[in-house]
Design a protein around this ligand. Structure first.
Ligand code: NAD
Ligand code: WQD
Length: 336
């Protein structure tokens, strides 16, 4: 069974490649290294003890993608490739719509021309917008996204749903991730953001290693137990394992399914800081600043549908997430 992994050199993609190889799948990785390094591919091979095919290609390049489908026998696609920085998407909306939506359209077109109609897609909890009350369920209304990045995920969900309505031979899984953190236990692969991290955990680990002076906590006046924002942090290896379950489902039949991949538990910013300090033994310097525009107070999942239908549930707790994030950062202070 051969699985095409778009964006396989990136953070979640690289962890998923390892779990796919461990589970006995053959993989074909495509990435343009816009937000990743070739070294992550070497480490996937090192950790899995397996070799795999790789193509440096932009998923918007229809000819290049078609060649990959002609060269390899692809049974299904796990589609991670995309741009993901919320703030940047407000500065560069055209680039975000082009890459995320244009890339997905080209990919789907090449897939159907080559008779491959099975896809697992990286969606996001961001599609729930700001009006739903947590715990968030897959049946809740989506939309009302507050930035172009989030809107690309919302639109791609609609596009893939319309595709399925037009041709029920497709098997499509839309996975709504909550907040992935952590890293592979080995400390050899992990999240390697360019420049100043946008997300909480890489910012915390960079303060802890001395690359940044102080964490700015965005607001302590939310309606949450300690006033700071509450999120559903999920270990990236649990997330990767969720993809294996979703893949089994799309390989097993046709249909369109949507799953939350989260733990169902919310932690505040200060809970995460404390858990990280405990796990690493390092004090994290922080200060409270104004709220970040576009943030909501609380966001966590109801993950019960994935348990009932896929038999998947997140197993790793916040302490392990912090330990593994720290191992990756301390062993690779400058990333790959
Ligand atoms: P990442 O940036 O580490 O990985 C994405 C990969 O896709 C990178 O290696 C990048 O080089 C590649 N890529 C981007 N555009 C491409 C293109 N046009 N052609 C080929 N390759 C391209 O991001 P990640 O955190 O691993 O996220 C993976 C997916 O999950 C993304 O679609 C992201 O939007 C989604 N997601 C991420 C999070 C999160 O917090 N990390 C949460 C929800 C959803
Ligand atoms: C978490 C909490 C911040 C940084 C984003 C995207 C979402 C998804 C995951 C892709 C919030 C606080 C953060 C900092 C802070 N990505 N924070 N200081 O905003 O929940 O979700 O990433 O799909 O779409 O929006 O994640 O890690 O940025 O923030 O206080 O320096 O940490 O306010 O409460 P977020 P995050």
């Amino acid at each position: 069974m051969s699985i095409l992994v778009t964006g396989g050199a990136g953070y979640i993609g690289s962890h998923t490649c390892i779990e796919l190889l461990n589970a006995g799948y053959e993989i074909v990785v495509v990435d343009n290294f816009y937000n990743s390094k070739k070294e992550s591919l070497n480490r996937i091979a090192e950790l899995s003890g397996k070799q795999f095919a790789f193509y440096e290609c932009d998923i918007r390049d229809a000819e290049g993608m078609d060649k990959i489908f002609k060269n390899e026998k692809i049974d299904a696609v796990i589609h991670f490739a995309g741009l993901k920085a919320v703030g940047e998407s407000c500065q560069k909306p055209v680039e975000y719509y082009d890459n995320n939506i244009g890339g997905t359209l080209t990919l789907c077109d090449v897939m159907r021309k080559n008779g491959c109609k099975k896809i697992v897609f990286s969606s996001s909890a961001t599609v729930y917008g700001s009006n739903n009350i947590s715990p968030l369920k897959e049946t809740m209304q989506t939309g009302g996204t507050t930035n172009p990045y989030g809107t690309t995920k919302y639109m791609i969900e609609i596009i893939l749903s319309d595709l399925f309505k037009s041709d029920e031979e497709w098997a499509i899984s839309l996975l709504r991730y909550f907040n992935p953190i952590g890293a592979h236990k080995s400390g050899r692969i992990g999240e390697d953001p360019n420049g100043i991290p946008n997300n909480l955990m890489p910012f915390i680990t960079q303060v802890a290693i001395g690359k940044r002076e102080c964490l700015s906590v965005f607001g302590d006046d939310y309606d949450t137990p300690d006033g700071t924002g509450v999120r559903d942090y999920i270990h990236v290896v649990d997330l990767a394992l969720g993809h294996i379950k979703a893949l089994e489902k799309v390989l097993g039949g046709t249909g369109l399914d949507i799953y939350n991949l989260g733990t169902g538990t919310g932690y505040s910013v200060l809970d995460v800081v404390k858990a990280f300090e405990k796990a690493s033994g390092v004090k994290v310097n922080y200060k409270i600043v104004d709220r970040r525009p576009g943030d909501i107070a609380t966001c966590y999942s109801d993950p019960s549908k994935a348990l009932e239908e896929l038999g998947w549930k997140a197993e790793r707790g916040i302490e392990e997430m912090c330990e593994d994030s720290w191992r990756w950062q301390s062993q690779n202070p400058n990333g790959y």
